[in-house]
Design a binder for this molecule. Sequence first.
Ligand code: SF4
Length: 348
Amino acid sequence: MSGQDYHAEFDFELRVCQWAERAWPPGGDRENPILVARQLGTKRRRWDTIVFECDPDGLRQRAEFGERALDSDLLDVIPHAPAEWTYYRDALPDPGYPWRYVREAIHRAADRDILDVRKNGGKIEIRRTAVYPDWVERVVAIENKPDLDASAARHLAPQIERDVAMGLADEVWVATAETGERIEPALLENVPVEAGILVVDLAGDAEVAWHPRTLDPSTPGIRILDRPSGGDHDASAARFEYVDRAWKASKRREIAERAYERGWRSYVDSMRPDCRHFELRWEASGPLPFCVAKDRQQTAAECRGSCGEFEPEPPVWRTNDWPIEGGPGGAIKRLLARRRRRQRPGLE
Ligand code: SF4
């Protein structure tokens, strides 16, 4: 991918996240609260944008566990924690790995005040501090391709086929940028019919060009490991393996937890808002990062301390108009964190 393409994809991805947070679901009324995240998934597959449709009460209850994600080890403990003091091995399902890792997770949970822990006659007993809710109802994966021509669609097709076969998400979409031209039938033919197609414009509005088919994450999925190239003489068979429901359920929960912590504004954590050239500019779709030195939007990949044009904020910025910690860079981070927290009702 060229630098120009990468720049366009990053910009587009943020706009899709802004649109989804404001207007999901496309063409309908929002019934459930949503969370939006980007660049999350499994070891093998990261989705560009993910929308979580949440149970309203569940989302509020989830806030009792704080802003930080529960990792997979904590998720093997917290949802099973009992209402009354119980020896931990009696309370928790066999994890399938050594119990000492479970004990480590129990102590980490106690340090975060999300689990009551005590010793009783040398035995570790646990008790929940709150009920961990099933807070995610639907997971929607969106692949962003601003320049979706027929060849890009052909390229993307195997990936989308894998997503559909796995069925980890309830819906899979491809989002593309509006060009003012009609979506060609040839393009539609190249994207698997199960995937929806969204056309997003620069102002952050979107229209549905093709509706997706709803997948069923509660059934076993198929992981396509290898597929024939499809040529006339290619007689090789596709290789695949089954993925069970339990794996899918736990992956969805892990991804949702990371999304709860990071959302989509965490891009700023890997950029340098403390550079004097870093700005947030209000576009029609919402605030987006902008580099004054480059006179364009910068990508997360180029906005680092090693950037040739990086210049730290002058110390005077931090003492004059910015009496509180961090100067403008710190203020930008706090603003984005506040906006993220607004989507997570119940967080203190
Ligand atoms: S000059 Fe470099 S480090 Fe500074 S805002 Fe621009 S891209 Fe980021």
